[in-house]
Design a protein around this ligand. Structure first.
Ligand code: UGA
Length: 477
């Protein structure tokens, strides 16, 4: 361990907790990981990684000596000042976030002047203030609190940790916020951002453009201190040091904005279908405007995962609870729900009634490079197809185990070719390379019918058509 690196604790060993632990270990910290799930802790101690996340297993193995796993919060309190909280905050029936796991940690922490809770879990704006109130009521007012929201994407979480666009630290201005900033220092460009939003160039190179806006992270990255690369970092992220409530809102607003961008381009795609335009060309043309940017403009069959659906709804509820009707987010959610079902209409257009038809779903996870099936479009599609009397087969290179549990009525295949055998139509649901790079002549031979619906606009439409198949994407004229 680098002697100057702070020893930390991470509570909750889900994908955020494990990636955070592995990432800080890579930067040189010793990390105590705590989870109430004894079986999971036993697996982690044996070197088994319970989730599929590219690069994570290797990083955990590389730093096994720096990583300790325990079911006892006391171990964390004994060894670390900073307790990163990365427990689940799933949606409740009301759409609000369920904070019971967070409050279990809050209640379990003993009074101390020297410890801080660092909140990584996604929580509603106002949670930090509420927790500080509870600390006061419980006679634990000496505990510090920092909001440090997570922006990792599943499937590229390790890379995202080591190359953050920004690190957001919301705190009351005491030692704990400074300590969290120090932990992230190797991943930061020498540019910070003050509350109020102005850029603070630490040196001429990291400076501002004429007009005053911050340089994009990619530019700042060129000026990353050499020590960062040596530490496995190299991200060059901007630091946003702010108050707790604003940090909490940055997280929710970021996810809500990205989800809005996706629902927006999906609606544009739907209009493209009526007007003969191609949404891929439209998105390319739009994305070149620096104010819009090219990312998250991929039209498809809707967003899923454990974050966007939950967080958009949680922000809508949060606003509603304080008397504000967040109309835009209501539309974002509804557009997404309808988008997941649009494929059914496309299939009916080509096949007529779906009764007795065989439909193959290629890719089942909510996106590639993960085994996560939460809110995946495949769940909605398979259920709708079954309800309409179709037989559904499916393939996923990684999410098979989850799919077996969640998609009882689906015939799981070991390969894409096996999944499409005898199918009247094939739907690309998740753009895994194993599904996009198929030999379409082989697919055509294996199928009974000819329809290919490209739910992610990720296939080579010419290759599909050249194989004698009928290609239809999302919003492609
Ligand atoms: C998302 C955010 O991108 C992260 O910044 C955030 O930290 C994370 O939620 C979280 O709150 O924990 P994630 O859910 O892992 O990350 O996945 P994304 O890559 O954002 O994709 C979400 C969904 O949107 C997927 O179903 C994907 O297929 C869909 N999507 C994404 C589109 O349909 N179009 C796009 O252009 C981009």
């Amino acid at each position: 361990m680098s002697p100057e690196r702070e020893l930390i604790a991470v509570i909750g060993t889900g994908y955020v907790g494990l990636v955070t632990a592995a990432g800080f270990a890579e930067l040189g910290s010793e990390v105590w990981c705590v989870d109430i799930d004894a079986a999971k802790v036993a697996r982690l101690r044996r070197g088994e990684v319970p989730i599929y996340e590219p690069g994570l297993e290797e990083l955990l193995a590389k730093h096994s000596e720096r990583l300790h796993f325990s079911t006892e919060l006391g171990d964390a309190l004994e060894h670390a000042r900073l307790l990163f909280v990365a427990v689940g905050t799933p949606p409740t029936y009301s759409g609000d976030a369920d904070l019971s796991a967070v409050h279990a940690v809050v209640d379990a922490i003993t009074a101390s002047e020297g410890h801080a809770l660092v909140m990584k879990s996604t929580v509603p704006c106002g949670t930090g203030a509420a927790i500080r109130r509870v600390f006061g009521e419980q006679g634990k007012g000496g505990l510090s609190y920092v909001s440090c929201p997570e922006f990792l994407k599943e499937g590229s979480a390790v890379r995202d940790f080591l190359h953050p666009d920004r690190v957001v630290v919301g705190d009351a201005g005491d030692w704990a916020g400074d300590a969290v900033v120090e932990l992230y220092r190797p991943l930061l460009a020498e540019t910070g951002m003050r509350a109020g939003g102005e850029c603070l160039p630490a040196s001429v190179e990291t400076g501002m453009r004429a007009g005053g806006e911050c340089l994009p992270a990619s530019v700042e990255g060129e000026y990353l201190p050499a020590s960062a690369a040596a530490n496995g970092g190299g991200g060059g992220g901007a630091l946003v040091r702010t108050d707790v409530a604003s940090a909490e809102m940055v997280k929710l607003a970021s996810n809500a904005f990205l989800a809005t961008k996706i629902s927006f381009i999906n609606e544009i795609a739907n209009v493209c279908e009526e007007t003969g335009a191609d949404v891929v060309e439209v998105a390319r043309g739009m994305g070149l405007d620096e104010r819009i940017g090219p990312k998250f403009l991929q039209a498809g069959i809707g967003f899923g995962g454990s974050c966007f659906p939950k967080d958009v709804n949680a922000l809508k509820q949060l606003a509603g609870n304080s008397g504000y009707h967040f109309q835009l987010l209501t539309a974002v959610i509804e557009v997404n729900e309808l988008q997941k079902r649009r494929v059914i209409g496309k299939l009916q257009k080509h096949l007529g009634s779906l009764v007795g038809r065989r439909i193959a779903l290629l890719g089942l996870a909510f996106k590639p490079n993960t085994d996560d099936m939460r809110e995946a479009s495949s769940l909605v599609l398979a259920a709708r197809l079954n309800a309409d009397g179709a037989t559904v087969s499916g393939y996923d290179p990684v999410a098979e185990e989850e799919a077996r549990i969640l998609l009882g009525g689906l015939q799981l295949a070991d390969s894409p070719l096996e999944a499409v055998r005898g199918a009247d139509a094939v739907v690309l649901v998740t753009e895994w390379p194993q599904c996009t790079g198929l030999d379409w002549r082989e697919v055509a031979e294996a199928m009974r019918g000819t329809v290919v619906i490209d739910g992610r606009n990720a296939l080579d439409s010419d290759a599909v058509r050249a194989a004698g198949l009928v290609y239809e994407g999302i919003g492609r004229g």
